[in-house]
Design a protein around this ligand. Structure first.
Ligand code: PHB
Length: 394
């Protein structure tokens, strides 16, 4: 069945409680790596304008770009960390910018290990690591398998950073276990060849992500913790032989916890960044998240990402996801439209995104130069001041 419903009249604009947050609609800014941090992995001041602008309709959930939990994990140029005082200070201003718009803020937190650039790690004198000594396709450098001590240390780093995010005023953290980064390198049987307690079976491969989730929940409370998974993505070689078995195990273990996580964030087969961003061959197309949603049910809300447009998102909430508490991520269109939520609500045309400027390191071009609609500026005169650079946080 397909429903033709205007996005403004669809469940996209049905408020939803997520964790402790009272969201006014279900349009979410998902984590987007944009390389606008400085060479010490500290957010540049103009990032506060970017995040604050996208929070411009009150009651919006803003999720930060992926942020490293340890200096050992700052493995690509100009990605951020949430470790040093200067990093925490810079993020605090960003969180304030979002909250000043009466919107909500989750920090996505990650380790990168094998997805780090080997030459940057060498330059910093840091070990290039992974779950196992398995090289990423197209790279000569073979990572070293993480030791037991290093695994314990990274769990602690997730806890330490989660506490810092809450200390800085954040509403919660989203643990990144997707797209071939640290936790996904343990989940994937193509990468994780360990024969100790961290590999060799579905249970052991899931152990690290589950231990990280539980440790962070113990530290800051389940209603401030979310988890992102990408069951179908082949990005950075983190494929799984038994996708359903691997992910159903994780979902069932999460449901054994006393309190539900704030939300689960799931990337659909159509959202694989390998295919979407890098032009790799799409894999697992046509596969759905139904098996996870049926198991998860309404334990807590679920964010889906998969290249949605306003009308396809509205339709997904009315049809496929009608029995679940689902929100929809808009990555590229939220980048290009600071007032995306307003535009969707009013049925306005969207700015087009400019792919060549997605990853323009440290540049405001392709970042803070996408315009608000004139209709938004008329409806929210305060945004005029922001546009003219009169806000207090830039
Ligand atoms: C990317 O840098 O392309 C990237 C980062 C994080 C993701 C996906 C893609 O989850």
């Amino acid at each position: 069945m397909t429903t033709n419903i205007l996005p403004a009249q669809s469940r996209l604009f049905k408020p939803l409680k997520v964790g402790n947050m009272e969201l006014k609609h279900r349009i979410v800014l998902p984590p987007l790596t944009r390389n606008r941090n400085d060479d010490d992995h500290i957010p540049l001041p103009f990032m506060a304008k970017y995040y604050g602008d996208r929070a411009s309709v009150p009651g919006t959930l803003i999720i930060s770009e992926a942020t490293s939990v340890s200096h050992l994990e700052e493995g690509q140029y100009n990605i951020p960390g949430f470790v040093s005082d200067l990093q925490v200070e810079a993020w605090t201003k960003i969180i304030e910018a979002v909250h000043s718009k009466k919107s909500y803020y989750f920090q996505q937190i990650w380790g990168m290990v094998r997805a780090s650039f080997p030459e940057l790690m060498a330059k910093k004198g840091l070990r290039y690591r992974s779950s196992s000594a398995v090289a990423m396709k197209g790279r000569d450098t073979i990572p070293e398998a993480m030791t037991e001590d290093e695994i314990q240390e990274i769990i602690q780093s997730f806890v330490d950073t989660a506490k810092k995010v809450i200390g800085a005023g954040g509403d919660g953290v989203e643990i990144h276990s997707a797209h071939g980064y640290l936790l996904d390198q343990f989940l994937s049987d193509a990468v994780n060849l360990r024969t100790d307690g961290w590999g060799g079976s579905i249970q052991n491969r899931a152990r690290l992500v589950l231990e990280v989730v539980k440790a962070v929940v113990d530290a800051i409370g389940a209603d401030r913790v979310a988890l992102r998974l990408s069951p179908y993505a082949a990005f950075q070689g983190a494929e799984k032989e038994d996708i359903e078995g691997q992910y159903l195990y994780i979902i069932k273990e999460l449901k054994k916890m006393d309190t539900p996580l704030a939300y689960l964030s799931l990337v659909e087969a159509t959202g694989d960044p390998g295919a979407l961003v890098r032009g790799d061959k799409p894999v697992n197309q046509g596969k759905t998240l139904d098996f996870i949603l049926e198991e998860w049910s309404k334990w807590s809300p679920v964010i889906v990402a998969g290249g949605y447009l306003p009308d396809t998102a509205a339709q997904a909430l009315e049809d496929r996801y009608k029995d679940f508490d689902v929100l929809v991520a808009f990555g590229r269109y939220f980048l290009a439209n600071p007032d995306l939520v307003f535009r969707i609500q009013k049925g306005l045309e969207l700015n087009k995104y400019q792919r060549p400027t997605f990853y323009l390191n440290m540049s405001e071009e392709g970042y803070n130069d996408y315009p608000f609609s004139k209709e938004y500026l008329a409806a929210y005169p305060a945004a005029q001041a922001i546009k003219l650079g009169k806000n207090s946080y830039n």
